[in-house]
Design a protein around this ligand. Structure first.
Ligand code: NDP
Length: 287
């Protein structure tokens, strides 16, 4: 069935989505601050709206793919939104997301929050998925259309959930990528090409998922038996990585952040527990 929908925000992600919606036979109205970014999409069948108000008026379902939620306020600040469903697929903090839900509710609109879990070229391809949260009935009313850009994974009524899952995935992703860079940088200080080290690092990357089941068991039970890799042993290695970084002149900010976790774990008397007990440091005092 052809559904009219509006998509505002035509960065790489928004453009990829519009192409998929058009290919699925939907009627897509687009608006972007830099109007020229819509040119190719209009040639492919999208309708260009001249103003944000005209874009919103064209469809009940309004998708946003913007840098952050501030951009939504900039664009929709003066727009009449009553009766609309806004699916915001932009990244931001859970707090901004909750504020946006209240802001839209005051204007008579519903917010469904989305977090797209693939890079733009993979939108709508096999394996692509998108986290959603917000009112279940509103999500379900649009689920079939949303499935065009990836498998919709609905997390619950709390608007901030999709944003929290999205940021949690990116938390791991960004930290892991920075770790990859730092690790290669260390080897390159000896004049060794990254390619020589790559097979070993690949092995290391592939092994990370082996630790997940045990980690989940420890974090959900609150028990961290430290028979194999305890905080004292791992903490000594964390010190050595900082030492190796400093002696080779590398930026030591990243390993120092890790070292700080281990030091605080030891100070808290958890040295003989598994490294997973660092969760007690990470979670802070309020949780
Ligand atoms: P970009 O930052 O490239 O594009 C952002 C869009 O937001 C552009 O259309 C831009 O307009 C618009 N925009 C930003 N600020 C304003 C503003 N103040 N007023 C009006 N328009 C504004 O992002 P992407 O397309 O790459 O991504 C969109 C969202 O999807 C982001 O939240 C990103 O985190 C998320 N995402 C992206 C992925 C990717 O691979 N790209 C992967 C997964 C999620 P203009 O063209 O005029 O600058």
């Amino acid at each position: 069935m052809s559904t009219p929908l509006t998509l505002i925000g035509l960065g790489p992600m928004g453009q990829a989505m519009v192409r998929k919606f058009l290919a699925a036979g939907h009627r897509v109205t687009v608006w972007n601050r830099t109007a020229s970014r819509a040119d190719a999409l209009v040639e492919q069948g999208a309708t260009r709206a001249d103003t944000p108000q005209a874009a919103v008026d064209a469809s009940r379902l309004v998708l946003l793919s913007l840098t952050d939620y501030a951009a939504m306020h900039d664009i929709l600040g003066d727009v009449e939104l009553a009766g609309k469903t806004v699916v915001n697929l932009s990244s931001d903090t859970p707090d901004q997301t909750l504020k946006a839900a209240a802001w839209l509710a005051e204007r008579g609109a519903e917010l469904v929050v989305g977090g797209v879990m693939v890079p733009a070229p993979l939108v709508g391809e096999e394996g692509a998925y998108v986290f959603y949260s917000g009112p279940k009935d509103v999500f379900e009313a649009h689920e079939d259309v949303l499935a065009v850009i990836g498998r919709p994974d609905y997390l619950g009524e709390d608007h901030s959930l999709a944003q929290l899952f999205y940021q949690a995935q990116l938390d791991y992703f960004l930290t892991a990528l920075a770790g990859v860079l730092h690790s290669i940088a260390l080897v390159k200080t000896a004049g060794v090409p990254a390619a020589k080290f790559a097979p070993y690092l690949r092995d290391n990357l592939n092994s990370i998922s082996m630790y997940l089941d045990e980690t989940v068991r420890h974090l959900d039970s609150g028990e961290y038996p430290g028979d194999a890799a305890n905080i004292l042993m791992m903490g000594a290695t964390a010190d050595h990585i900082v030492g190796a970084s400093e002696s080779t002149g590398l930026d030591a900010g990243l390993p120092k952040a890790v070292q700080s976790l281990y030091r605080r774990g030891i100070e808290a008397g958890r040295g003989r527990e598994s490294w997973t007990a660092l969760y007690e440091v990470i979670k802070g005092k309020e949780n």
